[in-house]
Design a protein around this ligand. Structure first.
Ligand SMILES: [Zn+2]
Length: 224
């Protein structure tokens, strides 16, 4: 009680450098994180499942993602959503008359309980505040807990994620005519995005692609 009362008068600290700030992260950290922003994020918007990645999964951006998830600062997720939304609007990747339904990639309920929030959902909320697209937080449900993808080869990743998701019951009964835009924090090999897309497409739902804050795919770095 006392703490929440005091917090009205005390400034918050930047979760990255602990210096006082009134923003989600301080101006200095924001500048450092933004130095990992891609100059040409349009390059990934191609192929069967196009994706938009805001920045490179490295340095201060990588640290900010870890702080968001493991030190539990959901406000960084919302900030990422704003940045991603601004980039999305600048690029004009789809026709302006299309307003896709935005769906965050879900965490398994147990994991979300432990963390207290889903970082992709926080990003999707920020993204929709900028773009004014409709948000469907529970469009997808993670029905199976999966291992962390780190250290798994592509085949193991595919096996790991197989049948891990399900469509929300309202989507099962009435598949939307409007296309879907997926949101996640990191794009690695795209295994999760492809699995989810397959599930949506099976119901005749069109998936435009996936937007993420960071990617580390080495193949992609070469053409940056
Ligand atoms: Zn800072």
């Amino acid at each position: 009680m006392l703490k929440s009362f005091l917090s009205l008068f005390l400034k918050d600290n930047c979760p990255l450098c602990k210096r006082p700030t009134e923003d989600q992260i301080c101006r200095d950290c924001s500048r450092q994180v933004k130095s990992y922003q891609f100059k040409n994020p349009r390059q990934f918007w191609q192929g069967d499942l196009p994706f938009l990645a805001w920045g490179k999964y490295d340095g201060k951006l990588k640290k900010a993602i870890a702080t968001l998830k493991y030190d539990k600062h959901p406000q960084i997720g919302e900030l990422f959503g704003y940045w991603l939304g601004e980039t999305w609007q600048e690029l004009g990747l789809i026709k302006t008359n299309i307003k896709p339904i935005v769906i965050p990639i879900p965490l398994h309920s147990q994991k979300q309980k432990e963390r207290g929030f889903n970082q992709a959902e926080m990003m999707a909320k920020g993204f929709c505040q900028i773009t004014k697209y409709p948000l469907k937080v529970k469009g997808l449900i993670r029905i199976r807990a999966t291992e962390a993808m780190f250290g798994l080869n592509p085949q193991q990743r595919q096996e790991n994620i197989k049948q891990a998701f399900e469509l929300d019951s309202s989507f099962q009964k009435h598949p939307p005519q409007t296309p879907i835009l997926l949101i996640d924090d990191i794009y690695t090999t795209g295994t999760t995005a492809k699995e989810v897309t397959k599930l949506l497409q099976k119901k005749g739902i069109n998936v435009l692609g996936i937007a993420v804050i960071a990617t580390k795919a080495p193949l992609i770095e070469k053409i940056t």
